[in-house]
Design a protein around this ligand. Sequence first.
Ligand SMILES: Nc1nc2c(c(=O)[nH]1)N[C@H]1C(S)=C(S)[C@@H](COP(=O)(O)O)O[C@H]1N2
Ligand SMILES: [Mo]
Length: 314
Amino acid sequence: MSLFRLASIKNSEITPREIFQARRKIIKASLGFTAAAFLPTAANAEKKPFETVPVGPYSGDFPVTDYEDVTHYTNYYEFTTNKTGSTVLAQALKTKPWQVEVSGEVDKPGVYHLEDILKQNPLQERIYRFRCVEAWSMVVPWIGFPLADMLKAFKPTSRAKFVEFTTVYQPENMPGQRNKSLDWPYTEGLRIDEAMHPLSFIATGMYDDELPKQNGAPLRLVVPWKYGFKSIKAIVKIRFTETMPQTAWNKAAPDEYGFYANVNPNVPHPRWSQARERILGAGLFASKRDTEMFNGYAEYVAPLYKGMDLSKYI
Ligand SMILES: Nc1nc2c(c(=O)[nH]1)N[C@H]1C(S)=C(S)[C@@H](COP(=O)(O)O)O[C@H]1N2
Ligand SMILES: [Mo]
C-alpha cells in the first residue's frame, strides 16, 4: 500500500495495474486496425466508450502508475497547495457547459464549445511519462488528441510564434483563487514549434475513463518532456501571440521556474536537485531513479533546442 493512498478509496475505483496492462496489450496487438471495430459487438456493448480508444504513437511500454495514486496526489493550486486535499476539493469545479475562447494571431478566432472540439478530434491513448518539478514521476495512460490537431483547426497566422493557455477562473468553487498563492488565473505557454510537436497532447480522459476533475477536467495540456507545471489544467482560453507570453509560475518565482521548463537532470532547481526522482506509488522508502534528459524523450525533442544554452533557458 503506497503512502500516498487515502484509506477511504472504494474497491470499485481501483484499476489494478496488471489488469490494465493485460487489456492494453490486447488492444496494442490489434493496432493497425481500428481496435473498436474488431471487438465483438457484445463485448463492445459492455465497454465504456473510452475503453475502445486506440493507442497512439509515442506511447512507450512503461509500467503504468496505479490509478488511485495518480488521482489522489495532485497539484492544483486553485483548490489547495495540499496534494492530497485537491482530490476532494476539485469535485466542486463546474465543468458543464465548457467553452474555449481562441484569440490572437489566428484566422479563426472565436468561442468554441468543448463538444465541437471533441467532435473534430478523434480520441487516442498516449501512455506518457510525467514528472513534476517536486521530483516525483509517474506514468499515465492519457486519453485525448494531439495539441497540434486542435491548434491547426484555428488556422494560426505566420505571426503566431507562441501559444498562451489560461485556466478557468471560478473563485466561488476554487478556494485557492480567493487568496494570492499565484496571480490568477493560471496561465502557461509554449513556443509554437513545441505546441505543434506530435508529443504535445490535450487530455480529456485517462485510464479508460473521463478525466477526473483533480487531474484537469474537462481538458488539460500534457507536455511529457517538461516539468508538470507546464501541463495546465481546465483550459478556457488559447491565445496565439508574436511575443513570449508570461506564465503563472514564472511570474511568481522567475529564478525557479523558467519558460521552457524542460526536464533536465543537470540543472538543479535553486532549492533542490533535479537529478533523481521518486516513483509515485513506490513508497517514500523505495529507491529513486535517475532523471533522464527531456524526461526520456530526447530523441524526439532535443532538436527543438539546438544551439540553446539549456542552463540559461531553464
Ligand atoms: N491550472 C493549474 N494547472 C496545473 C497546476 C495548477 O496548480 N493549476 N499544477 C501543475 C503542476 S505543478 C503539476 S506537477 C501538474 C500535476 O498534474 P496532476 O495533478 O494531474 O498530476 O499539473 C500542473 N497544472
Ligand atoms: Mo509540479
